[in-house]
Design a protein around this ligand. Structure first.
Ligand code: AVJ
Ligand code: FE
Length: 385
């Protein structure tokens, strides 16, 4: 068996991107935990090459020499986040090891130096495609870490050039027709949670032409949205009473009361027309109620995407109304923990993509999922009626 040049190139590219995020940082930064829900950057890099080594070497080639001792440390379920930083190798050593192993894995997958055995995981390039998409998700999580780092380290001395003005929360609506539509992803790229393809029957509904913008979200803030319990359902009120949130996660006010944002490159003016992010599912629901709307079901979103109505999407993940659930006939693949534990009613589906999402996982059927209180995942919302 061999792997096509196109697939090898995509894997190579994301391997390189992962290392490039680490390369300019010092050792202490790579092992620091900047947010309670996020791992150190160095752990993400090591985890990604561990996942390659596990599937390719231990499972396909039956050689677990590289993974045996690292299993507990790089398996999220057995590795407490606060312990991940101190146990990392020195940054330069980690980078050297990772680069060497990535190179070896590309060579193995190419089948050029030595023949790659026939194995079910290699059929239709399933394994390298899985690895690419796995790494893309960790790449994005590493951007979340860099964002949290910038937020925590920001001294609060920024003055935006322009004052963000609030804008009417009513939006241009698209009509999405009623009908029976296929939903789900295509093998071999699809993750287990996107399968099988099945039919979704919907009534006609209206969907925001764009996600809610920064200026529109400011309208909610200035209208006292965080203070008025009428916009919040019971779960939202419970969350609000425990969290001091009164604006998106990365928004700050200067001494004039002007809003600005912080991302991995530091503080910046907020573009009124760009989609808002940094919102929990609770805030997304409250905004929707405030605007006289609701969140879309993930399959309404997917149908609209398949009908070509999402051409400007892709700057923020979009919280959906429903929790993450298995499709009828779901089979866990390639391992139970990829999706199964998260069908727990505690996770909500997100659709779309953020500006940090690489194109390998941008598709109408892709399902992201997080618990509703998460505010660091580049998530905003789109309204439905
Ligand atoms: C689907 C993005 C929530 O990052 O925890 C990565 C994807 N699964 N490695 C995560 C995932 C295993 C997952 N998310
Ligand atoms: Fe992972």
């Amino acid at each position: 068996m061999t792997t096509s040049l196109a697939t090898l190139t995509r894997l190579r590219a994301v391997q390189h991107r992962l290392r490039a995020l680490i390369a300019p940082l010092d050792d202490a930064t790579c092992r620091q935990q900047f947010h309670g829900d996020l791992s150190p950057l160095g752990w993400h890099l090591g985890h990604c090459v561990y996942v390659e080594n596990h599937w390719l070497r231990a499972v396909v080639l039956g050689d677990d020499r590289l993974t045996r001792k690292l299993r507990d440390y790089y398996t999220p379920e057995t590795s407490p986040k606060p312990r991940r930083g101190p146990q990392l190798p020195d940054k330069q050593r980690l980078l050297d090891q990772v680069m060497q192993q990535q190179d070896d894995n590309i060579l193995l997958l190419s089948g050029l130096a030595e023949p790659l055995p026939a194995h079910p995981l290699l059929e239709h390039e399933y394994l390298p495609l899985f690895l690419i998409q796995h790494h893309c998700q960790h790449y994005e999580t590493m951007l979340m870490v860099l964002n949290q780092r910038a937020i925590k380290q920001h001294p609060g001395d920024f003055h935006p050039q322009r004052r963000l003005e609030s804008d009417d929360a009513s939006l241009v609506r698209l009509r999405v027709p009623a009908g029976d539509f296929p939903v789900g992803g295509e093998a071999p790229k699809a993750f287990d949670n996107e399968l099988p393809v099945h039919t979704f029957s919907q009534d006609a509904f209206y969907l925001g032409a764009k996600p809610v913008s920064n200026a529109q979200y400011l309208c909610f803030i200035e209208a006292g949205g965080y203070q008025d319990p009428g916009h919040w359902d019971e779960a939202g009120r419970a969350w609000l009473s425990e969290h001091p949130a009164r604006a998106p996660d990365h928004w700050r006010q200067d001494d004039r009361g002007w809003w600005y944002g912080i991302d991995q490159d530091g503080p910046h003016d907020l573009d009124p027309d760009m989609p808002v992010h940094g919102l929990s599912h609770h805030e997304a629901r409250a905004f929707a109620r405030f605007a006289g709307a609701r969140l879309p079901h993930e399959h309404e979103w997917e149908v609209a995407c398949r009908l070509g109505l999402m051409y400007d999407s892709g700057h923020v993940w979009e919280w959906c109304a429903n929790s993450f659930f298995p499709y009828p006939g779901f089979k866990p693949f390639p391992y139970d923990e990829y999706s199964l534990p998260w069908f727990d009613g505690q996770h909500y589906t997100l659709r779309g993509a953020s500006r940090h999402t690489r194109r390998d996982i941008r598709r109408c059927s892709f399902r992201n999922f997080y618990t509703p209180e998460k505010r660091h995942v580049f998530a905003g919302l789109r309204l439905a009626w």
